[in-house]
Design a protein around this ligand. Structure first.
Ligand code: AMP
Ligand code: GLY
Length: 447
């Protein structure tokens, strides 16, 4: 026997519901993952009147308020499959790419289970930089010119004959640490040694591409085979400190309501990048069936792809999904079944802004286990990224710990509320950036 859980009394921060017959007969959903992104996914599902029970594996302290946390790793495909079968899960929604790259969707479908996420073959759009680059080249999706190498000398000679900075990408999942922007040949050589000679990430290839300039933004869409359904645009903040300084992180904050991308640029990105890529994947025999995330850049030569991800972005999801007005279960379900959602997903015209609180030292080493006091009571949405309850006390348990989000008619309003809430959180072991959304807000002041 695996883990079998009793019927829950669900608690939803947004819309407490009475348990009635309909909800007792409602759908059971399993969400795979345990960060802020999965908290946002669980939050969206908890607003669906069709969903009566949510499990989350492994979940976290915040998710535990809306769902049953299940102590299984997100890459434990066999364990998760057994759990879903034994607990009569109607639909599984996958957060992290590692689970997709491990083949969770293939395994679930082979067992007759419904699951939202891409197959292992389709997940190559994120897990293999070379696959993504070849696809874009073949189908004319705009991106930086590139070459890929396995041999250190060849890579070194190529990069030595190119302008700097040079962009070197390790081909494989490297948890965001596989990209080096080398300012000169010495930096490029050091990175190539790391990637090709020392096998820091395992044996592999390196993609070397041209350096592009322009503001970056994230454009996510649901994809059911050849058709894409766009979500609101968002912008992430990858560097640890204010002014976009310091090391790259998993993301220190995000917002929606980007006015620096014109309607024309958005339409181009939707048709010529996302829609075309979905069609290309169908033509290649590995259709997408989940989220396609375009990490895009508005370059002086038009919008181009920096990277594709095959799943919801983190922390973009935390600011995007609260704006979903349609029933999330309907959308996830339709995509899982390879069908069009009955209605095009509807989004609020509000904007959202969210700030991440991380453990001091992150993304390097940091200590865990500090008590967090002063959690917002003012309606701020708080998604947990790395927390645990220890002796009834909320404590830090990860690099990124919490994300506070507010919505508003304007970004200024949402940002003011979020920072008021963040300043009220009392935990000396946490830090945050105080300039989230600066690109948009500074630009507006100049207009
Ligand atoms: P990636 O993991 O491919 O998204 O790369 C991480 C970050 O490196 C991106 O968010 C960009 O800021 C930067 N980057 C990646 N590729 C390029 C490029 N071709 N030109 C300029 N910056 C890049
Ligand atoms: N926010 C970047 C990512 O999800 O990869």
């Amino acid at each position: 026997m695996g883990l079998v859980y009793p019927l829950p009394t669900m608690r939803s921060a947004q819309a407490p519901r009475e348990i009635d017959l309909e909800s007792c007969l409602g759908k059971t959903v399993l969400v795979v993952g345990g960060g802020g992104r999965e908290h946002a996914i669980v939050g969206a599902l908890s607003r669906s009147p069709q969903v009566s029970k949510i499990y989350c594996a492994p979940g976290n302290a915040g998710i535990g308020e809306l769902a049953f946390n299940v102590p299984l790793k997100d890459t434990d495909v066999e364990g998760l499959k057994t759990f879903a079968l034994e607990n009569h899960v109607d639909l599984t929604v996958v957060g992290p790419e590692s689970a997709l790259a491990a083949g969770i969707v293939d395994a679930f479908r082979a067992a007759g289970l419904r699951i939202f996420g891409h197959t292992q073959a389709a997940a190559r759009i994120e897990s293999s930089k070379e696959f993504a680059k070849q696809l874009m080249e073949k189908y004319g999706v705009p991106t930086a010119a590139y070459r890929s190498f396995t041999d250190y000398e060849e890579a070194r000679n190529y990069v030595a004959g190119r302008p700097f900075p040079a962009v070197l990408k390790y081909d494989g999942l490297a948890a965001g640490k596989g990209v080096v922007i080398a300012a000169d040949l010495a930096e490029a050589e050091a990175a190539l040694k790391d990637m090709l000679l020392d096998g820091r990430f395992g044996a592999g290839k390196v993609v070397i591409e041209d350096y592009l300039t322009g503001p970056e933004f994230s454009f996510m869409c649901f994809v059911d085979g050849a058709k894409v359904y766009p979500m609101p645009l968002a912008q992430d903040h990858k560097r640890a400190f204010d002014g976009d300084k310091g090391p790259n992180t998993g993301g220190m904050g995000a917002y929606t309501g980007l006015s620096f991308i014109s309607g024309e640029q958005r339409a181009f990105a939707l048709q010529r990048i996302l829609q075309r890529t979905a069609e290309a994947m169908v033509a290649e025999g590995c259709p997408l069936s989940g989220v396609l995330y375009g990490g895009l850049m508005a370059t002086p030569d038009g919008v181009k792809v920096i990277e594709f991800n095959c799943r919801f972005g983190d922390p973009e999801t935390e600011v995007v999904l609260p704006l979903l007005e349609s029933d999330a279960y309907d959308i996830f379900s339709a995509v899982a079944d390879g069908k069009a959602p009955e209605r095009e997903p509807q989004w609020s015209t509000d904007v959202t802004m969210g700030v991440v609180l991380a453990s001091k030292g992150y993304p390097g080493s940091y200590e865990k286990g500090y008590e967090i006091k002063g959690m917002p009571q003012d309606g701020t949405l708080v998604y947990h990224m790395g927390t645990k309850i220890d002796g009834g006390v909320l404590k830090t348990a990860g690099g990124r710990v919490l994300m506070c989000i507010n919505r508003g008619a304007t970004l200024e309003e949402a940002a003011a509320r979020t920072y008021a809430a963040v300043r009220g959180i009392d935990c000396p072991a946490l830090f945050y950036r105080s300039d989230i959304a600066h690109y948009e807000l500074d630009r507006r002041k100049e207009l």
